[in-house]
Design a protein. Structure first.
Length: 331
C-alpha cells in the first residue's frame, strides 16, 4: 500500500503522503473459509460470551494484538440462509429443459457446489452476527475479519471464527518538544554549505519521521502487519511479472532469502502503519480540519471516482499530510 519514498537517501522510510488507503476506513471483502482449531495457545483468558436472538459470540484477545470472535449459529438460521441462497441462484441459473430462472429448486440445488452454498449462506448470516458482536463487546475493529469455518454439520449448530484486530491505542508523548529538539540537533550536526541556513524539507521529513517512530511506540497487531506485508509482496511480484523476471532471480540478485525479504517487508509495514496512526492522532490532537474543497480537488487530481468511502480516505490522507507539515514547522 505504500510507494517508495521520494527521498532516495532512505527509500525504506515510510511516507504518509504515499498511503493509498486508510487501513481503518475500509474492510477487505475477502473471506477464507477453512477448518481450523478454535483456540490458540496465545489467547488470553479474557473472553466474553453473549447470546442474542439465538446466535452466540465469544471474543478472545490474543497476545499478538489479534482478536478472535467465535460465532455459534443455530442450524435453523443456517438452513434459512441456505434456502435464500438457493432461491437467489435459481434466478440466474440455466438448466437444460427449463427456461432461465424457472428450474425447480431441487434441480438448482443439485448444481450448486457445497463450498459455494456454504460461502453464500454465511454471507447472509455473518454481517448481522458481526454487527451484534461489535456492539455488545464494544469492539473497534480495524479490518474486516478473515473467516474460518470450524464446524458445518447438517442439523447441528455451525461454528465460525473471525480473526481481526482492534485499532491500536496511540499515546502521544511531548511530541512538539521532541520534534523541535531533533530538528535543531540535526541542523547543528549538518555541515551546512555556504548560503544554506537550514535543513531541506526532505531532510526535515526524515528527521521528523524517525523521531516519531523512535519516541512513540505502538503495539501493532500481527494481522495488520501481515496484511500490509502481503500487499507489498504482491506489488513486488506484479512488478517482477511485468518485467519478465522470476522471484528466484530477484532474490539471488539482492542476496536475500524469501524469509529475509518477508521479514524486511514486515518491518517496513510495522513502521508505515505506526506512522499513519501517529500522524492521525496528532491531527486529531491539533484539531486539524480538511475542507470539502480540498478533498474534492485531491480526488480530481488523483483521477479517482468520487464516493463517500473515497472522500473519507482522501480526508484521512490529507490530515496526515497536514500533521506532518505542522511538525516540520516546529523549531
Amino acid at each position: 500500500m505504500y510507494g517508495k519514498s521520494k527521498n532516495t537517501r532512505n527509500s525504506q522510510t515510510p511516507q504518509p503522503e504515499l498511503r493509498k488507503a486508510g487501513i481503518f476506513l475500509f474492510w477487505a471483502n475477502e473471506s477464507g473459509l477453512k477448518p481450523e482449531k478454535l483456540h490458540s495457545p496465545s489467547c488470553s483468558s479474557h473472553s466474553k460470551q453473549r447470546k442474542r436472538g439465538k446466535m452466540k459470540s465469544v471474543v478472545a484477545k490474543e497476545e499478538n494484538g489479534n482478536v478472535q470472535i467465535t460465532f455459534t449459529i443455530p442450524f435453523s438460521l443456517v438452513k434459512k440462509a441456505q434456502e435464500e441462497t438457493i432461491a437467489e441462484m435459481a434466478k440466474d441459473m440455466e438448466i437444460p429443459g427449463f427456461r432461465k430462472g424457472k428450474a425447480p429448486i431441487a434441480k438448482v440445488k443439485e448444481k450448486v457446489s457445497q463450498a459455494g452454498l456454504i460461502e453464500h449462506s454465511l454471507s447472509h448470516v455473518l454481517p448481522k452476527a458481526l454487527g451484534e458482536a461489535i456492539t455488545e463487546h464494544k469492539l473497534r475493529l480495524a479490518v474486516y475479519p478473515k473467516w474460518e469455518l470450524i464446524s458445518s454439520k447438517d442439523n447441528e449448530d455451525w461454528q465460525i471464527r473471525g480473526v481481526s484486530c482492534e485499532i491500536p491505542e496511540v499515546l502521544l508523548s511531548d511530541y512538539k518538544k521532541i520534534i523541535a529538539g531533533e530538528i535543531r540537533a540535526a541542523s547543528l550536526k549538518k555541515a551546512v554549505p555556504a548560503g544554506r541556513q537550514e535543513l531541506s524539507k526532505e531532510e526535515k521529513e526524515q528527521v521528523v519521521i524517525q523521531a516519531l517512530l523512535a519516541n512513540i511506540k505502538i503495539k501493532i497487531p500481527s494481522v495488520l502487519i501481515e496484511e500490509e506485508a502481503n500487499s507489498r509482496l504482491s506489488n513486488l511480484l506484479s512488478r517482477l511479472e511485468k518485467l519478465g523476471l522470476a522471484l528466484e532471480g530477484y532474490l539471488a540478485s539482492s542476496g536475500k532469502t524469501a524469509e529475509e525479504l518477508r521479514a524486511e517487508y514486515a518491518n517496513q509495514a510495522k513502521d508505515a502503519i505506526s506512522l499513519d496512526l501517529i500522524l492521525s492522532k496528532i491531527a486529531e490532537s491539533e484539531g486539524i480540519k480538511v475542507s470539502e474543497k480540498e478533498i474534492d480537488e485531491a480526488i480530481k487530481v488523483a483521477g479517482t471516482e468520487e464516493n463517500p468511502d473515497r472522500q473519507r480516505i482522501v480526508e484521512s490522507i490529507l490530515k496526515r499530510r497536514m500533521a506532518l507539515e505542522f511538525l516540520l514547522k516546529l523549531t
